[in-house]
Design a protein around this ligand. Structure first.
Ligand SMILES: Nc1ncnc2c1ncn2[C@@H]1O[C@H](COP(=O)(O)OP(=O)(O)OP(=O)(O)O)[C@@H](O)[C@H]1O
Length: 308
């Protein structure tokens, strides 16, 4: 349903998206997971036709975005990170506006607006203006504006920003409902838990590049059964780490104020590790042991925190 091939985007000399490829099938949620600035919004901007790519190809439901932009864009629904709702007109008028923008008219438009009001849980607030709504309600309306025309492909750019937990669950249900009707959903997030609970397949992105891709099980297998231990403190340049670390503890990243290590059964080895470091003159201020998950895979691949 979506084919992205060798997509790159430069802003001047800065590369925001660097040779990214992926395909998405009908009925799946595909996650783009990465920290702020990884290039997720730029990728979505290119797929939605709002940002011209520097190179690469994008096809939506078989229509090339460059050669047949009208046909390609007609199949897309976009839920941008910045709210795309009008706060001074009612919920119904917002939905009518977006439906009409996609060519819906008359009875069909009225039917779709009524359906979407149900889906987003705003039937009772249909004639109210969103300016007084909570963040979660505005996000739900933002989502509704993206699905009025029942798109084949829905692009969701960090849809849970500023959303309370209850509205977040509701948004997740709304996404799953799109899958049930056969759409495919591209979902960007920097929350590992969201990608883990919602996405059928996940591409992990960092600094514009795709660094891993697979189902949750495939990605977890890349971390193996090993735990990641992150220590913050002071690890002077004279510290001969390779001699100090107990057997079975491998270095992923070593800086003067932070060590990222990998080992089997981290909790059991931690006491010996801390003891060895302390004897060698290192000072450990904070210790985090992570069981294998997407966060630890990101750490393993980049040496940095996903949330940083
Ligand atoms: N129009 C622009 N001109 C110059 N640089 C840009 C432009 N748009 C984005 N960038 C840069 O490209 C990089 C990727 O930004 P992008 O918004 O795609 O990241 P992101 O993963 O979506 O992060 P976020 O969740 O913070 O939006 C960032 O370093 C950003 O500053």
């Amino acid at each position: 349903m979506i084919e992205v091939n060798a997509l790159s985007k430069q802003f001047g000399s800065f590369t925001a998206v660097d040779d990214i490829s992926f395909t998405m099938q009908p009925g799946e949620v595909f996650g783009l997971l990465g920290p702020n600035g990884a290039g997720k919004s730029t990728t979505i901007g290119c797929i939605s036709g709002l940002i011209p790519p520097s190179s690469g190809q994008i096809a939506i439901s078989g229509h090339d975005l460059i050669r047949g932009p009208r046909a390609a864009k007609a199949r897309l629904g976009i839920v941008p990170q910045e709210l795309a709702i009008y706060e001074d007109i009612s919920v119904v008028q917002n939905l009518r506006y977006w439906g009409a923008a996609y060519g819906l008219r008359g009875a069909k438009l009225a039917e779709r607006v009524a359906d979407v009001l149900e889906v987003i849980g705003l039937v009772d607030r249909g004639w109210d203006k969103p300016k007084d709504f909570s963040g979660g309600m505005k996000r739900r309306l933002n989502f509704g504006c993206g699905i009025v025309q029942e798109p084949d492909v829905l692009l969701l750019d960090e849809p849970t920003v500023g959303v309370d937990p209850q509205s977040r669950e509701r948004l997740f249900d709304m996404v799953r409902a799109q899958i049930v009707r056969g759409a495919s959903v591209l979902y960007t997030t920097h929350h590992m838990e969201e990608a883990e609970s919602l996405c059928d397949r996940i591409a992990i992105v960092d600094k514009g590049r795709k660094i891993a891709e697979g189902t949750l099980a495939q990605l977890r297998a890349q971390v193996g059964e090993r735990d990641i231990i992150t220590l913050t403190g002071a690890f002077g340049p004279d510290l001969a780490l390779n001699d100090v670390l107990p057997e079975g503890v491998a270095i992923l990243q070593a800086d003067v104020d932070r060590l990222t290590l990998e080992t089997e059964d981290g909790p059991a080895r931690l006491a010996r590790l801390l003891d060895a470091l302390s004897k060698a003159g290192a000072e450990v201020r904070e210790t985090v042991v992570r069981r294998p998950n997407l966060e630890s895979l990101f750490l393993k691949l980049t040496g940095a925190e996903l949330r940083a």
